[in-house]
Design a protein around this ligand. Sequence first.
Ligand SMILES: NC(=O)c1ccc[n+]([C@@H]2O[C@H](COP(=O)([O-])OP(=O)(O)OC[C@H]3O[C@@H](n4cnc5c(N)ncnc54)[C@H](O)[C@@H]3O)[C@@H](O)[C@H]2O)c1
Length: 321
Amino acid sequence: MFIPFLKCTDMKISVIGAGAVGATCADNIARRRLSRELVLLDIKEGFAEGKALDMTQTAALHGFDTKIIGCTNDYAKTAGSDVVIITSGMPRKPGMTREELIGTNARIVEGVVKNVLEQSPDAIFVVIANPMDTMTYLALKSTGLPKNRVIGMGGALDSARFKCQLSQRLNCSPSDLNAVVIGGHGDTTMIPLIRHATWNSVPVTQFLTKEEQDEIVAATMVGGATLTKLIGTSAWYAPGAAGAAIAAAIIGDEKRLIPSCTYLEGEYGQSDICIGVPVVIGKNGIEKIIDFKLNETEQAAFNKSADAVRSMNNVLNLANA
Ligand SMILES: NC(=O)c1ccc[n+]([C@@H]2O[C@H](COP(=O)([O-])OP(=O)(O)OC[C@H]3O[C@@H](n4cnc5c(N)ncnc54)[C@H](O)[C@@H]3O)[C@@H](O)[C@H]2O)c1
């Protein structure tokens, strides 16, 4: 029942928004012993305090010594954070697109990043709130932070869902798969790159008919919507775990190649946009963008995806912010 106690790192992580995704992300961070101190902040009175207390009571069961602090809108508690994960924002309801959340979540995210920066001027941000590509762009433009310090979480989750679909169809371990999703984090904007997906170096296309490939790609793209329909709100286990995986890559300077939303300046033929591409994540946040060659069809899909993300950004009128 009890697992051996292992020391956590000496870092500090704050998670803003203690709802479904934020709390799950924090739970993963504690279990993985990624930080010495973990702060959960929410605007709902007592909510983050309660979740932090509940999580603290799992310490003896999971064997971690992270100090978990919950607070109601008290940014002083987040001071000196190395990584800040932003999950504060409305989730979508069945039938809603991520894009429909834009007005409310933009106001929340803009206020949150400003408050966080006053307390943690050197923090690296992981943006999860939707519509995530636009919220990442907003966090970057409204703060003037260097682009390596603002990471949008979408590709990590979408790629995990892509691997899940592939592993079920191939009857193989998802850990043996290499498969990435690029583009915007939306039902119609994400691009699961099936041509590049491999089962331990063997192209998966070798084992799948064209029809099967199309089905896997389509199921990946509506992965979030399928869950929203089943649960009645958006998912949290995989999104929370994906947020923690990005935090782990930063905290451990892991140099992991994780498709994530980042600011492009000419890569993939796009500029002045935050959108999902493969990036290397380490102690400085996004350390490198991997600009690999897309074929004509993939590039056309990427350009179309960028157009959709850009029109969403235009709603906020941030281009010259
Ligand atoms: N990027 C992704 O892959 C991904 C995946 C899943 C969910 N999401 C998004 O993450 C967000 C959170 O989803 P959820 O399911 O956890 O929602 P939730 O409603 O369970 O939690 C959101 C929390 O944010 C809090 N909050 C609102 N305004 C705040 C503020 N100004 N300061 C601090 N806290 C505030 C709320 O009180 C609530 O507890 C949503 O926007 C959702 O669409 C993104």
